[in-house]
Design a protein around this ligand. Structure first.
Ligand code: RIB
Ligand code: CA
Length: 312
């Protein structure tokens, strides 16, 4: 029985690869994709989400637009990483599939209330604004969510947007606090994990050599996406963050971590958006997330390339 998932996303080249991985994997039934403002403004993240669905041959997928800005703070975007369009690299055609009229938050609430409790997994690839809004709009959805698997945060690795904070949490720390206080089972995939999943030249060339349409386009997405982090970290390749969310669901044995209490800094400007992960259990507070620290990066890329090769 495929796992029912909803993907909340702010494409973003790494979001794009994560969405392609989801569509390439029969283990998933993608009920819908909810776009959120993050890497680029909402008007672009929702359009980019539709472009990626069509690239995967899934113009039947349902894409919903959600929050245009964070709960409290002004929107911070990341064109310096993802380019002006948010999907710089390949020249993807304008989407022809429709954007759903229903607001993403209403789709989340309606679907979670209608479907059997405990059967839907939320895969969050961007700021958590839509999820927080859905929880505030209808608190009864919380016990009905099977699990949230979220890319975000960092602990020993620090941050990538400030020294303390990772982008998805930094953009909307208040939303992250709502989600981490919800009691919903959470798997958090932070920079400590994703910084070990590097898109080395050899790995990108494997996508470029694929004979389908999608493989070479993934290579073009990664060519553009990785340049910023390669320069910043001086590494061969950049971290491929968001596909780790879907890969954890597909092959959790590739990853390792532990249950920890996670708190979100929402007061200090110095550490705003920091995920304070109690890895050593010093606070005595009950765990609020399963925090992933390590990944078998070759196993991850073997899985990813095997699946991308199956797409049109
Ligand atoms: O910090 C990395 C995260 O921020 C990824 O989800 C990337 O797409 C951006 O949203
Ligand atoms: Ca993202």
């Amino acid at each position: 029985m495929p796992r029912k998932i909803i993907i909340d996303t702010d494409p973003g080249q790494d979001d794009a690869v994560a969405i392609l991985l989801a569509f390439a994997s029969p283990e998933f039934d993608v009920l819908g994709l909810t776009a959120v403002a993050g890497n680029v403004p909402l008007a672009l993240t929702e359009k980019n989400t539709r472009k990626i669905c069509e690239l995967a041959g899934r113009s039947d997928a349902r894409v919903f637009a959600g929050a245009v800005r964070p709960l409290i703070r002004p929107l911070v975007t990341a064109e310096y990483v993802h380019g002006k369009t948010g999907l710089d690299g390949p020249d993807l055609p304008e989407p022809t599939m429709p954007l759903q009229k229903q607001h993403a938050v209403d789709f989340l609430v309606e679907t979670l209330m209608a479907q059997e409790a405990g059967t839907i997994t939320l895969c969050t690839l961007g700021p958590l604004t839509n999820i927080a809004l859905a929880l505030i709009r209808e608190p009864r959805i919380a016990p009905r969510i099977q699990r949230i698997v979220a890319m975000g945060g960092g602990f020993f690795e620090g941050g990538n947007t400030t020294p303390a904070a990772e982008f998805n949490i930094y953009v909307d720390p208040q939303a992250a606090r709502v989600v981490f206080h919800s009691g919903i089972p959470i798997t958090l995939i932070p920079l400590d994990c994703t910084h070990k999943a590097l898109t080395s030249r050899a790995r990108v060339e494997k996508f470029r050599r694929m004979t389908n349409r999608t493989g070479p386009i993934v290579a073009q997405l990664l060519d553009f996406f990785e340049r910023f982090d390669e320069r910043k970290y001086g590494t061969d390749g950049g971290p491929l963050h968001d596909p780790c969310v879907l890969a954890w669901l597909l092959k959790p044995e590739l990853f390792s971590g532990r249950d920890c209490h996670v708190a979100i800094e929402c007061e200090s400007e110095l550490t705003m958006g920091m995920t304070v992960v109690d890895w050593w259990g010093v606070t005595g507070k009950p765990p609020t997330a399963h925090v992933i620290k390590d990944v078998d990066s070759q196993g991850f890329f073997d899985l990813l390339s095997d699946r991308i090769a199956r797409l049109p």
